[in-house]
Write a protein that binds this ligand. Structure first.
Ligand SMILES: Nc1ncnc2c1ncn2[C@@H]1O[C@H](COP(=O)(O)OP(=O)(O)OP(=O)(O)O)[C@@H](O)[C@H]1O
Ligand SMILES: [Mg+2]
Length: 274
């Protein structure tokens, strides 16, 4: 029996192409490997999407739900280790610029899911659109992926600034990606956190960094998650470490349990803006 509330994790970034989808998919697999019931929602529109990262094919996607042709349940496919994937609306509809009616449709469709989920992971589009902020506001844990490059650091800072100052969001965690050592990742976290403390008066947290690992590229080519393709690789070890840390975190309570929390928070965000 699952008695703890679903942990809802939103994975975002300032700059695009820094590894959100790779990290979302592989954290999902690592958590599922530990026996958790995990759902990954591809709320992004990109070429390297969650289907590719998980190595599974989905006949339908979110655009069919938005168009009212399929229910959410009908588009969900099962990926490696039993991860359930809600496929994104590839190339058809940008989830970053949904109309209020479409967001209402999403809210409605998620309230129909009855799964007892341990983790619900939302892979976001890059940047800071209203829909990305609406999704982030509805999550309990917010992960910002960044690389150790000036443009990625500047964009991550700008994103975190908006999250803290304009949306009063907390529980923000940075995940350095593509590092050569855990030390490099910790150092990057400390420097961005000290700027955030000094200029924004807030704070962000740190979990773990993800190593630069060419096995990630080879795994995608082989249509497998890195945890199955190269379990002993540095990348696979890092995702396992993140899953261990996440499992050990205190479980944030959701108001009414499960995905209803996500749905209600998204609805509240829409009402606030109206
Ligand atoms: N740690 C890593 N080591 C090596 N390659 C990586 C790593 N993380 C991501 N990549 C590669 O970088 C590319 C971009 O990654 P990904 O698609 O996950 O980024 P994204 O942030 O989701 O992009 P977008 O903003 O377009 O959605 C992919 O080819 C991916 O395989
Ligand atoms: Mg992506």
């Amino acid at each position: 029996m699952n008695s703890s509330p679903t942990q809802i994790i939103g994975i975002a970034s300032g700059k695009g192409g820094v590894g959100k989808t790779t990290i979302s998919a592989n954290i999902a697999v690592a958590l599922a490997e530990r026996g958790n019931n995990v759902m990954l929602f591809d709320a992004d529109l990109g070429l390297a999407n969650a289907q590719l990262a998980l190595g599974c094919k989905a006949p339908f996607n979110f655009s069919h739900v938005l168009a009212g042709e399929k229910s959410l349940k009908e588009i969900i496919v099962e990926g490696p280790k039993g991860v359930k994937l809600v496929p994104g609306a590839s190339g058809i509809q940008r989830l970053a610029s949904l109309s209020a009616t479409e967001v209402a449709g999403i809210i409605h469709s998620f309230s129909e899911l009855e799964d007892e989920l341990d983790y619900f992971i939302v892979d976001m589009a890059a940047g800071l659109s209203d829909s990305v902020m609406a999704f982030l506001a509805a999550c309990q844990h917010r992960f910002i992926v960044l690389k150790n490059e000036p443009s990625s650091i500047a964009d991550a800072y700008a994103t975190i600034k908006v999250m803290i100052q304009d949306y009063s969001l907390d529980n923000i965690c940075v995940i350095p990606n593509g590092v050569l050592s855990q030390n490099e990742g910790r150092h990057l976290y400390r420097s961005i956190n000290s700027v955030i403390k000094n200029f924004l008066g807030g704070e962000v947290n740190y979990l773990h960094s993800i190593s630069e690992d060419e096995m990630l590229l080879r795994a995608i080519k082989a249509s497998q998650p890195i945890l199955s393709f190269a379990p002993a690789s540095p990348g696979a070890r890092d995702f396992s470490a993140v899953a261990d840390i996440l499992e050990a975190l205190p479980k944030h309570d959701s108001i009414s349990g499960g995905l209803q929390f996500f749905v209600e928070r998204m609805a509240a965000h829409q009402t606030d803006k109206a």
